[in-house]
Design a protein around this ligand. Structure first.
Ligand code: HEM
Length: 596
């Protein structure tokens, strides 16, 4: 038995050396050792050559078998290979499952150490929140659980998904610095409507470089343009207003959508946007897509079979086309102007320099298509949030005429010393405080959302938030916390942002103080979170506050905003689509000031 084995082994070794030679002589017709010659890619002629030229090769042995019974050996061999593969597969799957199970057990263990209500069912609280009554008032539900379980609360959204809600300012600050990623859902939501974005992606590492350059760009170049934009936007808005009131009395929401699209369009695309014949259509599509986006984004797999979805997709495609169109117009006007003036630097920086939106590596720059998607994603986020904030400001001003008088007083005071210039808004503390207060009482997005994709977060309090948990900050609870904002926390009161020590009338700054950073003279700390905070905070914050202040200064310089007689004067905050709005949106009118 042992001698036959030795013979067999030596025959194999001999055959291997012959086989190598045979392989060389058979060109490339033999692909690899295989179970059947046809599968191995051996032609019939080659097979005959092979058998006569190398009757004792390894391949020959395998095909013919040592004693001529090759089929039995091959079957046995195939069986062993199959079994080996099955075992490898089984081990890999078991290993992966065990890994997942270990992660799950760890998650449950970590979760059980964070206070929170027990899971009501296998589906956790997601089923509860999907319930209309609770879902509509998610903040109310979070308020109740925070009251019962403390400033950090854990909710199970299913057996594998944990939601952590944080209400304590110090914890929020720490969490927003440490949790640098966003929920993957956010990236998907934007991709569905507008393609790829370098900004609103989940991984912070992927967004970091683009964020940094965009922030520098917005705080420098876009703000420099503020002197030119607001006056023109007010003119356009009022022109449109006149055409709307010929048919209907506009509500603050319609006016705010119009203002938001014009202020963003004119800042980003320059005068080309103001002269563009499709500007109204672009705005209409933005509004329609924005209304539907949140609904369709809730689907894991988009329902391509639904006619309504296909219509939505069509509108997104049309919006993309118009976006390309206005980018083209903006670039054309740059060529006509023949110089890089303020009106087109934004588009230049993106489309030509390629320096604004970076690719994944230094060498990789995005294609024009990807750059257009990035611009649209930015406009979409900016439009939704800015329109919601403008609507809130318009409503507050219409409901509180005394606020308008304070702001008008600031404008008049400035005019006494020099000709009013929109960039002077940096000196108008009361106006700035009105912007912040509107954003505080009605943050466009009621929940800040973050996560840490790869690492657990160890908080100073000793709590560990597991990687992948959804972290939310319920802004209304933080912004209406009596212990932070005082007993009038739920009231609209711009003085919340004006330091008590400010000696100027209604908080207006003198020339010297105003030259400092805008926010340094207002009382803005970690408890104001409408623009987020930490690693992924909004890069448009400074631009929006100054642009809207300039816009309202230009408007209030010439007009008073009034409630239309009979209009509702007690609107309530309600989540509408992706943003919070006041409902019902009051009808407003602009009355020309008598400046005699
Ligand atoms: C009233 C207007 C706006 C509000 C209330 C707002 C609010 C926010 C909030 C809450 C976030 C998430 C912050 C966080 O998770 O900590 C955000 C992110 C962002 N915002 Fe805004 N935003 C506004 C306007 C704008 C505008 C006009 C732009 C630029 C044109 C802009 C650019 C961005 C960008 C690029 C991000 C993403 C940052 C990232 O994911 O890394 N925002 N914004």
């Amino acid at each position: 038995m042992s001698s036959s084995l030795t013979n067999w082994a030596s025959q194999i070794i001999e055959n291997i050396s012959q086989l190598i030679l045979t392989f060389v002589s058979l060109d490339d017709q033999i692909v690899l050792l295989s179970l059947s010659p046809s599968v191995a890619g051996i032609s019939k002629a080659a097979m005959e050559d092979f058998e006569t030229a190398a009757p004792y090769t390894l391949l020959g042995f395998l095909i013919r078998g040592g004693d001529g019974d090759y089929s039995g050996f091959m079957m046995d061999y195939a069986e062993r290979v199959k079994n080996a593969l099955l075992w490898v597969g089984l081990f890999s799957i078991t290993f992966l499952l065990l890994q997942k199970l270990a992660r799950l057990v760890r998650l449950w263990g970590q979760g059980s150490r964070i206070p929170g209500p027990p899971s009501p069912s296998f589906f956790g609280h997601s089923k509860l929140i999907a319930d209309r009554a609770v879902g509509q008032n998610m903040i109310g539900y979070l308020s109740k659980v925070h009251e019962k379980y403390g400033p950090i609360v854990r909710l199970w959204m299913g057996p594998t998904q944990m939601l952590i809600s944080v209400k304590d300012i110090a914890m929020i600050e720490e969490m927003l610095v440490k949790a640098e990623d966003k929920l993957p859902l956010i990236g998907r939501a934007f991709r569905l409507a507008f393609g790829r974005s370098t900004l609103f992606v989940s991984s912070f590492n992927k967004a970091r470089r683009t964020r940094e350059s965009l922030e520098v760009y917005m705080n420098k170049n876009l703000l420099e343009r503020l002197n030119q934009v607001p006056g023109k936007v007010v003119e356009h808005v009022l022109e449109r207003f006149v055409s709307i009131i010929a048919k209907d009395v506009p509500d603050s929401r319609q006016v705010s959508e119009h203002m938001a699209s014009y202020i963003l369009g004119a800042s980003m695309f320059g005068d080309a946007f103001l002269n563009w014949s499709n500007a109204s259509l672009y705005e209409e599509l933005l509004v329609t897509v924005a209304k539907e986006a949140c609904f369709w984004d809730s689907y894991r797999i988009p329902p391509f079979w639904s006619r309504r979805y296909r219509r939505y997709h069509f509108l997104c495609t049309r919006l993309k086309e118009l976006n390309k169109d206005i980018i083209g117009e903006s670039m054309k006007s740059r060529n006509v102007a023949g110089k890089e003036d303020g009106t087109t630097v934004f588009i230049d920086a993106i489309m030509f320099g390629g320096s604004l939106f970076h690719g994944k590596t230094k060498k990789h720059h995005f294609s024009d298509e990807e750059q257009c998607d990035n611009i649209l994603g930015l406009i979409f986020h900016g439009f939704l949030t800015t329109a919601s904030l403008i609507s809130s400001i318009l409503t507050r001003l219409a409901l509180h005429p005394e606020l308008q008088e304070n702001i008008y007083w600031e404008i008049i005071s400035l005019k006494k010393t020099s000709k009013f210039d929109p960039s002077d808004v940096q000196k108008m503390n009361f106006l700035l405080a009105t912007m912040y207060e509107s954003a505080r009482l009605l943050p466009p997005g009621p929940l800040l959302q973050r996560c840490s994709l790869n690492h657990d977060l160890k908080l100073k309090s000793g709590i560990t938030v597991p990687a992948g948990a959804i972290i939310v900050v319920p802004l209304p609870l933080v912004h209406m916390d009596y212990s932070v904002w005082g007993k009038d926390a739920d009231q609209f009161y711009p003085q919340h942002f004006i330091p008590k020590t400010c000696s100027h009338k209604d908080g207006m700054l003198d020339e010297h103080e105003a030259s400092k950073e805008i926010t340094s003279e207002l009382q803005i700390d970690g408890s104001f979170l409408s623009f987020g905070s930490g690693a992924r905070s909004c890069v448009g914050q400074k631009f929006v506050i100054l642009a809207l202040s300039a816009l309202f200064a230009s408007l209030l310089d010439s007009y008073e905003i009034r409630l239309h007689p009979g209009s509702d004067n007690d609107p309530k905050a309600r989540l509408d689509g992706c943003c919070v709005q006041l409902h019902p949106s009051p009808n407003i009118v602009f009355i020309k000031r008598n400046k005699t």
